[in-house]
Design a protein. Structure first.
Length: 480
């Protein structure tokens, strides 16, 4: 299978003819090829998006744009199973997870279809002879640089929002996972999205990604990925005064107090690090446990970890492979020399006997008593590695939770209502979940962090503000 770019409503090979391998993480085998776009291809895509932003798309009424996005949602819903299978094969995620990702992209299009005609400006009182109001206008062409961990979901949250705001889009998916998005582009075209409104160029980050970030005719960049790459993207954008939304990951704590409903907390704490093999920006990668229950709760976590089975995506087990050999080596490097630092492995999951030899597997690992300043407790590993740490008082929990350069998400488990509120207010995180983690997807909930977790907010209504330009109009007129 040879996949081409999607530019101006049609498939187009890369100008240089280059191709990149698409590797199945469950087997390590190449099963397709992608166009290796250069700055020439990116420029075609941006030009197509610019033309479309000035065409009939810009003159649709809010209601018409809303109906079009609803048709997009329905078309994606009809293709859900096909998209899930493609995503599962390409990323290695168990089919069940890919099915929920395919359901999520549909929800994003539904949500933003419903938001289009509710995005209002304001009127501002100035006096009898003046009338002032604000207009929320499209920015123009928005760029979207997507990572490999949740292509369908992250495309949904940033592209559906941008289209709802009236922009046109150029998307650069990750070189490790582009297939589902190329198919989505065709489906949205079938649903009636005009040519040029959505363009997708595949390719390498340092080539196609950089060319998109540096392009002088884009008006916004949404980037999700690592802090190092995010910094480079922001530097490129700064050259052209292009605003950026950066979502760069986390080291999110789950804080379990001794009065918590431990039966409810246990499966959620496990899932928050095992889901997508820990390759989730908002993974709950630290579990902070109050001392009185530390032994008991870690024992229960260990039992749960030992029962986890890792294997091929198509076998739909608890955990699939990591995305690539490179990612596998990175995660393994964190697990070397644990003895030297006195860190004990409390439990490990099992590798399924049928798991193909060439796949990039890493079984889930639970680590005991990891010191607060150890790199395992400070850095984003992006694998199924859960770090357990004891705490005494509420204040100690807050200090530990807030004590990393990240601030994306935090989970709190306690039955004490006053403590729930105190914790929610004092945790440095873009989202705090109390007695749950993730709110079952949270399409409606603004998401993003500060510090090394990024800049700005995606999802929910909030995303629309960053994707529109606010114009203030003040009119002086006759008083009577
Ligand atoms: P990871 O390290 O997890 O693979 P990256 O942050 O490098 O994540 O990649 C996220 C996205 O950013 C991918 O689509 C990738 O191709 C792209 N990318 C990588 N390097 C650059 C760059 N220098 N400029 C723009 N985009 C890039």
């Amino acid at each position: 299978m040879e996949c081409r770019n999607w530019i101006d409503g049609q498939q187009l090979g890369a100008e240089g003819g280059g191709l990149l391998p698409v590797i199945d993480p469950s087997t390590g085998e190449t099963f397709a090829r992608l166009a290796q776009s250069s700055e020439v291809d990116i420029d075609w895509a941006v030009q197509a998006a610019r033309r479309a932003s000035q065409g009939p798309w810009s003159r649709l009424s809010a209601a018409q744009r809303s109906q079009l996005l609803l048709r997009c949602a329905r078309t994606l819903a009809d293709a859900r199973e096909e998209l899930a299978r493609l995503e599962s094969r390409d990323t290695g995620k168990p089919l069940r997870q890919a099915q929920s990702d395919a359901a999520a992209i549909v929800r994003y299009f539904e949500f933003y279809a419903g938001a289009v005609d509710k995005l209002h400006g304001q009127t501002i009182p100035l006096g009898w002879e003046m009338t002032a109001f604000t207009l929320r206008e499209p920015l123009g062409v928005t760029a979207h640089i997507i990572p490999w961990n949740y292509p369908l979901q992250i495309f949904g949250r940033s592209v559906a929002a941008s289209l709802a705001a009236g922009n046109t889009c150029v998307v650069k998916p990750a070189e490790d996972a582009s297939l589902s998005l190329l198919r989505v582009a065709e489906l949205l075209h079938e649903a009636g999205l005009p040519a040029g409104v959505l363009n997708i160029c595949t390719g390498l980050g340092k080539e196609a990604g950089q060319a998109l970030a540096a392009h002088t005719d884009i008006n916004h960049i949404s980037f999700t990925g690592s802090p190092d790459t995010g910094r480079q993207v922001a530097l490129q954008a700064a050259q052209n005064f292009v605003p950026v939304t950066l979502e760069l990951g986390g080291k999110s704590p789950q804080i379990v107090f001794s009065d918590a409903d431990l039966d409810a907390a246990l499966p959620v704490v496990v899932n928050a690090i095992v889901q997508n093999a820990g390759q989730t920006c908002s993974a709950g990668s630290r579990v902070l446990i109050q001392r009185a229950i530390y032994g008991d709760f870690t024992e229960r976590l260990a039992e749960a970890f030992k029962a986890l089975l890792t294997g091929a995506a198509s076998d739909n087990l608890d955990c699939g492979p990591l995305i690539s050999a490179q990612q596998q080596a990175r995660v393994r490097s964190y697990l070397e020399n644990l003895d030297q630092d006195g860190i004990v492995v409390l439990a490990k999951g099992k590798l399924d006997s049928k798991a193909p030899a060439g796949g990039f597997y890493q079984v889930p690992v639970l680590l005991d008593h990891v010191p607060v300043n150890h790199r395992l407790a400070q850095e984003e590993i992006f694998g199924p590695v859960l770090v357990a740490q004891p705490f005494g008082t509420e204040q100690e929990a807050i200090d530990m939770a807030n004590g990393t350069p990240y601030s994306l998400v935090a989970g709190v488990w306690t039955r004490d209502g006053a403590r729930q509120v105190r914790m929610a207010r004092q945790l440095r995180a873009g989202q705090v979940f109390v007695n749950n983690y993730g709110a079952a997807g949270g399409v409606e909930l603004p998401f993003g962090g500060t510090g090394q977790s990024g800049i700005g907010r995606e999802k929910g209504f909030e995303a629309l503000y960053a994707l529109t330009s606010l114009k203030t109009v003040a009119l002086r007129h006759a008083a009577s």
